[in-house]
Design a protein around this ligand. Structure first.
Ligand code: FAD
Length: 283
């Protein structure tokens, strides 16, 4: 896995149209060409293949960035998802067994200011919002323990052109709201295998075959991104702008009062609106 794709190889097909015929890449032994009848672009939210493809991106907006960090899990801690909102800050903790994966929301582009203020000031900000986890912030000794996620929410208008199909974050960068980017990326891959597998056994897929993947996966992508935009624009962004701790949104109060209702958002996020199942192909 030490080979980086740098560019797409474009060539004319027999009808004079442009088609993608593989990638230019750089590996441990230098530059190479990898030729293929079908190239799948699955190189993530900063996709170089997407940039080189000329496919048009629709930006949906992301008003904040997220800093990710790990904190130790202590016995007696809860194991449920923790979300805390304090005037100007939100903090989410996901229990990963022996540690907490934590997300600290900051205004868009605000990481440079936080770094300039220093690690002591940053720890104080975390302590103010972290509730029961405020007692373990000394573990954060430098910004190398903090990973910036520049939040982007976007999607390609067309996921494919002749010889090339984009899937996962490369086709639709997801907001961290709900933590479902991986679910969608894997489901895209399963749908791609189900749709294109039988075609590949016989020939090189046509553009109309590649478009079937987008047709199947665009709907769940749109639904989940709409949900994420609601969470980030209506619930999280106003929190970051607020000086005081804002009122708990109605939806959250409802879910708090009726625990049984939590299964619906959990189902929407965990399984998604159009779950995929691997279909075994007969040769
Ligand atoms: C800090 C952070 C925390 C996250 N937490 C969660 C979470 O808890 N739950 C969740 O569901 N989602 C989470 N996400 C989002 C999730 O990681 C993505 O939505 C998901 O990984 C997308 O999968 P993907 O396969 O499309 O892209 P990626 O997982 O980004 O995989 C892309 C792959 O392509 C490789 N690559 C990139 N460029 C090249 C190139 N030029 N040549 C060759 N290879 C290349 C990369 O090395 C990588 O292996 C998080 C994202 C971040 C940044």
């Amino acid at each position: 896995m030490q080979t980086q794709a740098r560019d797409l190889i474009a060539q004319k097909d027999k009808n004079g149209g442009d088609r993608i015929a593989g990638v230019l890449a750089t590996g441990p032994n230098g530059n190479m060409q990898i030729r293929a009848g079908l190239t799948i672009g699955a190189d993530g939210r900063h996709s170089i293949l997407r940039e080189k493809s000329g496919l048009k991106v629709k930006e949906l907006g992301a008003p904040f960035d997220v800093l990710w960090l790990s904190l130790p899990f202590k016995s007696g801690d809860p194991v449920d998802l923790v979300g805390r909102i304090q005037g100007g800050a939100f903090f989410v903790m996901i229990c990963r067994g022996d540690y907490w994966q934590c997300a600290f929301g900051i205004p868009k582009g605000g990481f440079d200011t936080i770094r300039a203020e220093g690690i002591t000031a940053f720890r104080a900000k975390l302590r103010a919002v972290a509730g029961f986890a405020a007692d373990r912030m000394d573990i954060i000794t430098g910004f190398d323990q903090v990973k910036l996620l520049t939040v982007a929410v976007n999607r390609l208008e067309q996921w494919a052109r002749h010889g090339l199909l984009m899937i996962g974050d490369a086709a639709h960068a997801m907001s961290p709201a709900g933590g479902v980017g991986i679910n969608l990326a894997i489901q895209d891959a399963v749908a791609t295998a189900n749709i294109l597998g039988p075609v590949l056994l016989k020939s090189v897929p046509k553009l109309s075959d590649l478009k079937k993947v987008q047709k199947r996966r665009a709907f769940p992508t749109r639904i989940i991104q709409t949900f994420q935009l609601f969470v980030q624009n209506v619930m999280l962004a106003p929190t970051l702008r607020a000086k005081q701790t804002p009122k708990v949104p109605f939806v959250v109060r409802l879910l708090n009062a009726w625990p049984w209702a939590r299964q619906w958002p959990a189902r929407l996020l965990g399984i998604g609106p159009r779950p995929e199942h691997v279909r075994l192909q007969k040769r």
